[in-house]
Ligand binder design. Structure first.
Ligand SMILES: [Fe+2]
Length: 186
């Protein structure tokens, strides 16, 4: 067990995207945007028909990745573990990395906040040549994966004109194994 990700054996039911898309912007990163869910009650009802959460998620958002994907980064300070429901995964690979040398310095990503301004974030980015790939997966439409986003990860997007669309639940203070074990599939 590598601890980077686990596939959750559940298929997302038919979803009315007009009730998901259209919420206010939470934040953005280069080629990555996060919004509030337009109708959170609708989504909560849908989720509670398939899953029981013994640990309540701290955040529930709608996300899109455009362009070539995301370069290797870690989100350790914000949230440690997420459950991604891939609505349109866009044939992307999600890769997890280890630093060749743990003392290598990282840079901080620029972040677009909800007032429309860019500033420095707490998200660390790394160059590929300082890393070794440890694990990866390719999600199919409507599949769900639990990911440790405190680990260094990247999204490789082969078709730059596609948009990767997913719903994300986030937890603070729990690892992949703890969240996996806390979710009951109904
Ligand atoms: Fe990430």
């Amino acid at each position: 067990m590598h601890g980077y990700f686990k596939k959750l054996d559940v298929t997302f039911p038919e979803i009315d995207m007009s009730r998901i898309v259209g919420g206010s912007l939470v934040e953005g990163f280069p080629d990555f945007r996060t919004w509030n869910i337009r109708d959170l009650n609708y989504l909560n009802n849908l989720l509670s028909s398939i899953l029981k959460f013994k640990i309540t998620p701290a955040t529930i958002t709608y996300n899109e990745i455009a362009g070539g994907g995301t370069s290797p980064h870690s989100e350790h300070v914000l949230i440690q573990t997420v459950l991604n429901f891939y609505i349109e995964p866009g044939k992307c690979s999600t890769l997890f990395w280890k630093l060749k040398n743990p003392s290598i310095e990282s840079e901080l990503l620029p972040r677009l906040d909800d007032t429309g301004n860019w500033s420095e974030s707490v998200v660390k980015v790394y160059t590929i040549d300082s890393l070794v790939c440890e694990a990866s997966f390719i999600a199919n439409p409507n599949e769900a994966y639990i990911l440790g986003v405190d680990k260094i990860h990247s999204v490789s997007k082969p078709i730059t004109t596609d948009v990767r669309k997913f719903i994300r639940l986030g937890w603070v203070g729990y690892n992949v194994e703890e969240i996996f074990n806390s979710i009951e599939i109904l």
